[in-house]
Structure formats: structure tokens, C-alpha cells
Design a protein around this ligand. Structure first.
Ligand code: RB5
Length: 146
């Protein structure tokens, strides 16, 4: 099971933690960096990561920046991407069950009240429910480019 992951300089530490967590869970993580605290632009990392995801074979993608906001907005500008930015295990589970999110974002400078590893686990362990959510996702994706 392959996962692609990228971050900017605002989330180097959390990215390393989540990468290790994914590897401990048995995922093959294609990590695109950055491992440096030198400034990089989050839209560039989002684009790089989505382009890699589009090659196929990935279960989902993980993106991080200082807040998780800039990099998730950037990814969501790209066709076919549904990048969620959950702050809790509940939201992480529901975004997979109802939104069929294919990316999850985190903020390296955010103080989470639940462990980011557990938020990520809730996302991984949930499954898309289909049914009425298919219709809503089709409508959501039809908004692209409007
Ligand atoms: C970089 O300083 C910071 O703006 C970025 O990591 C992120 O928080 C943007 O949304």
C-alpha cells in the first residue's frame, strides 16, 4: 500500500513523525520532502505531490504546512483532488466515509488536542460509504473550474 507525502518548512518535524507512523503501519511511503527548515513554497510541494499521486497506485496522499491550510487549498485547486484538513479523529473518519477524501493535510504548527497519528489512523481505517455520498461528490467535483 503506497502513500505519497510532502510538506513545506513549517511541518518538518510532524511530517517525520507521520511518515514513521505510516511506515510502522506497513505503508510504502514515497516522501517528497522537504526535510529542511529552509523556506519552500507550499503550492510547489502540493503540486509535486499531486503530480506523483496522479501517476497511480497510491492509496492516498498526505500534505503538511504550518497550518495545513495553504497546502490543502493548493491541492484542492488541482482536478480530482479532495484534500481534507481534519482537526479531530471524528472529522478524519467522516471525511473518508462521506467525502471520499483522497488527501489528508496537517499543520506542523497547530496544537492538536488529539494526536495527529490517531487522526491519521481514523482516516486510514475508515471506508467510503458510497450511496447518497456518490451523488454529492459528483456534484462537488462538477464545481471544479467554475
Ligand atoms: C509558511 O510560513 C506558512 O505560511 C505555511 O507553512 C502555511 O502555514 C500556509 O498555509
Amino acid at each position: 500500500m503506497k502513500v505519497v507525502m510532502a510538506n513545506d518548512h513549517g511541518a518538518v518535524e510532524l511530517a517525520a513523525r507521520l511518515r514513521k507512523h505510516l511506515e510502522d503501519r506497513g505503508f510504502d511511503v514515497v516522501y517528497l520532502g522537504t526535510e529542511s527548515t529552509e523556506s519552500v513554497d507550499y503550492p510547489d510541494k502540493a503540486e509535486e505531490c499531486v503530480n506523483e499521486f496522479r501517476k497511480g497506485g497510491y492509496e492516498f496522499g498526505v500534505l503538511l504546512c504550518g497550518t495545513g491550510i495553504g497546502i490543502s487549498i493548493s491541492a484542492n485547486k488541482m482536478a480530482g483532488i479532495r484534500c481534507a484538513l481534519p482537526q479531530t479523529r471524528y472529522s478524519a473518519e467522516m471525511t473518508k466515509r462521506h467525502n471520499d477524501a483522497n488527501f489528508i493535510a496537517f499543520g506542523g504548527r497547530v496544537e492538536y488536542s488529539e494526536k495527529p497519528e490517531e487522526i491519521l489512523d481514523a482516516f486510514i481505517d475508515a471506508s467510503f460509504e458510497g450511496g447518497r455520498h456518490e451523488r454529492r461528490i459528483a456534484k462537488m467535483m462538477a464545481l471544479e473550474g467554475r
